[in-house]
Design a protein around this ligand. Structure first.
Ligand SMILES: NC(=O)c1ccc[n+]([C@@H]2O[C@H](COP(=O)([O-])OP(=O)(O)OC[C@H]3O[C@@H](n4cnc5c(N)ncnc54)[C@H](O)[C@@H]3O)[C@@H](O)[C@H]2O)c1
Length: 253
């Protein structure tokens, strides 16, 4: 019997990187998947890549283009998942964005944008999902970052959003523990995805400051984080809640 047979999982940010890697692994393990992203094309590619494995394992995959920072879309996404499958066992809040600025020059709109996707989006999806997760005594897996545990130079908004995700996860874990809901967060670093590829840096950026948070084992593929998402969503993790797990190649050890 595949590990995720009869399990319904909703994953945000599934069009690429870690979200796609988790989708592919879950599809091979019998899961019923509801995958979402704001990028329609990438989302379609993920569904295409996962469909064969899902069919072979007895799983299913459905998708919906969703901007998690939009309250109406976030609510509709969870509602569609419930309409499709009748229940929800795990919500994985994985979607996120990053951009680098000298903080003293950063526009308020840029700050708000990062906080609205990473933090507001995580809240909106979680709020919509909680009533359904309480029915299944389900789980939440939030993707934070080592940048939420230590300072990421030029990434103040990203760091703030990710630190808040870890704090938010602990609050949920405590608040709903008595009703059987588990909530954990993951703090990755140096995962080779679109997010870590060369990007615009602010003038005068000191790369030594950025390298403080780099993995001491070099970069890793998104599969490594996907394995941890599956573990935290699985029965094997049934006594783990309120935890934040670094997967950072000893960067913050
Ligand atoms: N790659 C790393 O080293 C690393 C390190 C720490 C944390 N993370 C976190 O891992 C998660 C996944 O990132 P990744 O590395 O796979 O990068 P990625 O850019 O490949 O994936 C992020 C996904 O989120 C989607 N997204 C962006 N805004 C959205 C919105 N408003 N609504 C819905 N979807 C949206 C993007 O389209 C993309 O598919 C993110 O939360 C990121 O912050 C990554």
């Amino acid at each position: 019997m595949p590990r995720f047979s009869d399990q319904v999982l909703l994953i945000t940010g599934a069009a690429s990187g870690i979200g796609r890697a988790a989708t592919l692994k879950l599809a091979a393990e019998g899961a019923s998947l509801f995958v979402t992203d704001v990028v329609a094309e990438g989302l379609e590619e993920t569904v295409k890549a996962a469909s064969e494995a899902a069919a072979a394992s007895g799983g299913r995959i459905e998708s919906k283009v969703t901007d998690i920072s939009d309250e109406t879309q976030a609510n509709a996404s969870v509602a569609d998942c419930i309409e499709t499958y009748g229940k929800l066992d795990t919500l994985c809040n994985n979607a996120g964005i990053i951009a680098y600025f000298n903080t003293d020059e950063m526009a308020f709109a840029d700050w708000r944008k990062i906080l609205s996707v990473n933090l507001d989006g995580t809240f909106l999806m979680t709020r919509a999902a909680i009533p359904h997760l309480l029915e299944t005594k389900g789980a939440i897996v939030n993707i934070g970052s080592t940048a939420g545990l230590a300072g990421l130079a030029y990434g103040a908004a990203y760091s703030a959003s990710k630190g808040a995700i870890h704090a938010f996860t602990r609050a949920i874990a405590v608040e709903y523990a008595g009703r059987g809901l588990r909530a954990n967060s993951i703090a990755p670093a140096s995962i080779d995805t679109g997010m870590t590829r060369p990007t615009k840096m602010p003038d005068g950026a000191d790369f030594a400051l950025l390298n403080r948070l780099a993995s001491l084992h070099g970069p890793a593929g998104p599969d490594r984080v996907a394995d941890l998402i599956l573990f935290l969503a699985s029965e094997d993790a049934r006594h783990i809640s309120g935890e934040e797990i670094r997967i950072d190649g000893a960067a913050l050890a």
